[in-house]
Design a protein around this ligand. Structure first.
Ligand code: ADP
Ligand code: ASP
Ligand code: MG
Length: 439
């Protein structure tokens, strides 16, 4: 039996948090591979070490003095070293980092040092071997993740090390330059380590007792989800449920390795199990709700659009040429709406509109900005009638104007478009109707 355990930033933010983590690892001899993040926030006003590193490097890049900022980062680690009475010193490491910052080693290198240094401390604290992720996790020259080479090198390295710490978030390009995953990417590293060592379970330890039905920052004390499928989780993660990086399921999914989300601050809680499929019915018709703000809708009208062969393709060509991906595209007989990320669209707006006019000759185009998309996700929805109706009536009662509703063909999700300002009220209304009322 082998378990891979990944600990997020808040789980490792201080010596006290490290002690909790140490206790969790030592309480189960199967927890043999550990993937740490960089120290996160100790309280609401605190700054994550990763953000401190980006900040310090921004100064270095402009040739400005960054010694104060780097010293503040060093202090974060000293607090952990002193609090745990470790013998290890990071003085030399910080000297190397200073030199590399001066030599403009890049943002990726800078950000990666957070997990690298925390990995060194964690390995020392546990008496586990330290494996630098730059030696075992690889990207191709074009920046794409190199899964074949990673699998080969990582599994070979783990065979040699029965107990090891592999820092999260980064790997290396073919020339050895450090490259990071996107933010929150330590979750992906954990998943890769689990795949490479054929783990029985991938435990992802964070600061909540599992995946909740809705974001706890929007809904007070939401119910937690016992079991969720990979597909459901991907829908929710993509739509902003930030508990687990949306890419983190792919390495383990095909291997049949379940992910267990656990709470470092409440280690006895069972947390959430993420599995390929399950006969277990979810407690409610829906499994979860998530959403994101900041979308823009491009409404296109043209008489008899439906009978015009290739109309949709021509509209989408205008987006493709400008390298804008679309999120959703509901359509009617003479109308079609394309939802895009507002931030991506804003700078290319006029070019896209000109291209739509050129290729599709619509009668009318209208833009609607500051929209939010909400995904209501659940494997149980397929077998239940009236889900969309209940969502509509809940939103109507909450005085929320629904801009769009789109049911995925898998019947696993329903996407709802509302105004940014109605976002929280809409989530609350949907949560209440399915979870609190529970009919
Ligand atoms: P870590 O630093 O451990 O990787 P993250 O901050 O990435 O932790 O993810 C955990 C956070 O995700 C929680 O503290 C919570 O605020 C947020 N979150 C958003 N949506 C959900 C949800 N549906 N269930 C639980 N947590 C959620
Ligand atoms: N430390 C990185 C971040 O803040 C990666 C992670 O925490 O997973 O994004
Ligand atoms: Mg995270």
């Amino acid at each position: 039996m082998k378990k891979v355990v990944k600990f997020g930033g808040s789980s490792l933010a201080s010596a006290r948090q490290f002690e909790k983590v140490g206790k969790i690892i030592r309480s189960d001899k199967h927890r043999v591979y550990v993937v740490p993040s960089a120290p996160g926030k100790r309280n609401d006003k605190d700054t994550k070490v990763t953000d401190m590193l980006y900040g310090a490097y921004a100064l270095a890049k402009e040739g400005k003095d960054f010694s104060k900022e780097l010293a503040a980062i060093h202090d974060r680690y000293k607090e952990i070293i002193d609090g745990l009475k470790l013998k290890v010193s990071l003085d030399e490491e910080f000297e190397t980092i200073r030199k590399n910052f001066e030599a403009k080693a890049g943002e990726n290198y800078a950000a990666s040092r957070g997990e690298y240094l925390n990995g060194i401390l964690m390995a020392d604290y546990l008496g586990y071997e330290f494996i630098d992720a730059a030696k075992v996790i690889f990207f191709k020259e074009d920046g794409q993740f190199d899964s074949k080479k990673t699998q080969e090198e990582l599994s070979a390295a783990l065979k040699e090390a029965p107990k090891a710490v592999v820092p999260g978030f980064y790997g290396a390009l073919p020339d050895g330059t450090v490259k990071t995953f996107s933010r929150g990417g330590s979750d992906i590293t954990g998943s890769l380590v689990a795949k490479a060592c054929k783990a029985d379970v991938y435990e992802n330890w964070t600061d909540v007792s599992g995946f909740m039905v809705a974001d706890p920052r929007i809904i007070k004390h939401p119910k937690s989800i016992e079991t969720i499928t990979y597909r459901e989780l991907r829908e929710l993660a993509y739509m902003g449920a930030g508990v687990l990086h949306e890419e983190a399921i792919f390495p383990v999914r095909k291997e049949g390795i379940p992910i267990n989300i656990r709470n470092t601050n409440a280690p006895d809680d069972e947390g959430t199990w993420i599995v390929e499929s399950t006969c277990q019915k979810s407690k409610y018709v829906i499994t979860g709700i998530a959403g994101k703000k900041g979308f823009c809708a491009i409404n296109i009208e043209k008489d008899r659009m439906n009978s015009e062969v290739g109309f949709g393709r021509r509209v989408l060509q205008a987006f493709e040429e400008n390298e804008i991906s679309f999120e959703h595209m509901p359509s009617g007989i003479d109308t079609m709406t394309v939802f895009v990320h507002q931030s991506e669209f804003a700078e290319k707006e006029q070019r896209v509109l000109a291209a739509i006019h050129k290729y599709a000759q619509p009668d009318y185009i209208d833009l609607e900005t500051d929209l939010a998309l909400i995904a209501v996700v659940g494997r149980g929805m397929r077998a239940t009638r009236g889900t969309a109706g209940r969502i509509f009536s809940a939103l109507a009662h909450a005085n929320v104007n629904v801009k769009m509703i789109d049911q995925g063909s898998s019947e696993l999700n329903i996407i709802i478009g509302v105004k940014n300002e109605d976002f929280e009220d809409a989530i609350q209304a949907i949560y209440t109707i399915f979870v609190d009322t529970q009919i």
